[in-house]
Design a protein around this ligand. Structure first.
Ligand SMILES: Nc1ncnc2c1ncn2[C@@H]1O[C@H](COP(=O)(O)OP(=O)(O)OP(=O)(O)O)[C@@H](O)[C@H]1O
Length: 242
């Protein structure tokens, strides 16, 4: 894998049909070595954006715009649903195919995302939601691509496992110089690990901002509203207690 700083450039990417626009033209760059979060309400287009980065769109829709990568670089995807796993093979055999044959750190790879022997020995239908998320993330990150797109990798995980996985993704960015795009509903977690945050609303890119700007309130009103919706940021108002 190339360790130089490289960019994944997204230019005017959109998804549409004659009847509707699912994703309005949006442009941004992902930098290798950085973790970029994507937030937005349900239905704002986060998963569509992830799929579009890999060139896929729902049947009946058209993809336009450009996603460009430096020569030879690739993107791997950690899907939202475990349905992408082969139902007839144990998790361990699906994961081992992702590790380069010469790698001597297979056991430590298992440990990095806390894939227990129990998870490894399961067939996909035997996994809980959280266990499946760990398997999906491992399958994507072990491909050693320069960019990884993770669609809600921590949904269904308990807080400490989620924290562990976010920290693992941040390390992949900072230590292995990979570009990581994480879709999440958990702005609180993203604020602790992300370098940049893309904010989507109704298929449009509201802004590309940073945790620091959000925490200082120097962001779009919609982004600020998402921040305010974090339970710890709720305020009692006179109206509420009257
Ligand atoms: N195959 C499809 N045909 C028509 N509309 C679709 C299709 N897939 C997604 N959409 C619509 O596109 C919009 C964005 O969907 P998407 O799955 O990207 O949302 P999301 O932000 O990932 O939501 P969530 O957080 O709930 O996963 C939604 O309004 C959804 O109904």
């Amino acid at each position: 894998m190339c360790r130089e700083v490289s960019l994944l450039k997204v230019n005017e990417l959109s998804i549409y049909s004659k009847e509707m626009n699912l994703l309005s033209p949006l442009s941004f760059e992902l930098t290798a070595g950085q973790l970029t979060g994507v937030i937005g309400a349900s239905g704002s287009g986060k998963s569509l954006l992830a799929q579009a980065l890999l060139g896929s769109v729902p049947r009946g829709f058209t993809l336009s715009g450009e996603v460009s990568l430096p020569q030879g670089q690739r993107v791997a995807m950690s899907a939202q649903s475990a349905s992408v796993l082969d139902p007839l093979r144990r998790v361990i055999s699906q994961l081992m195919r992702r590790i380069s044959p010469g790698a001597d750190n297979r056991v430590s790879q298992l440990q990095t995302v806390n894939i227990s022997r129990k998870i490894a020995a399961c067939y996909p239908h035997q996994l809980s939601g959280g266990m499946a998320k760990k398997a999906l993330l491992a399958q994507a990150t072990w491909q050693q691509t320069d960019f990884v797109v993770a669609d809600e990798p921590c949904c269904g995980l308990d807080t400490s496992s989620a924290t562990e996985l976010y920290e693992y993704l941040a390390r992949l960015a900072s230590e292995e110089r990979r570009g990581i795009l994480v879709i999440s509903h958990n702005l609180k977690h993203l604020l602790t690990v992300a370098d940049d945050i893309l904010v989507l609303k109704e298929g449009r890119l509201v802004e590309k901002t940073t945790p620091d700007k959000i925490l200082k309130g120097l962001c779009a009103p919609y982004t600020y509203a998402l921040w305010q919706a974090i339970p710890g940021n709720w305020r009692r108002t006179d109206a509420a207690v009257a």
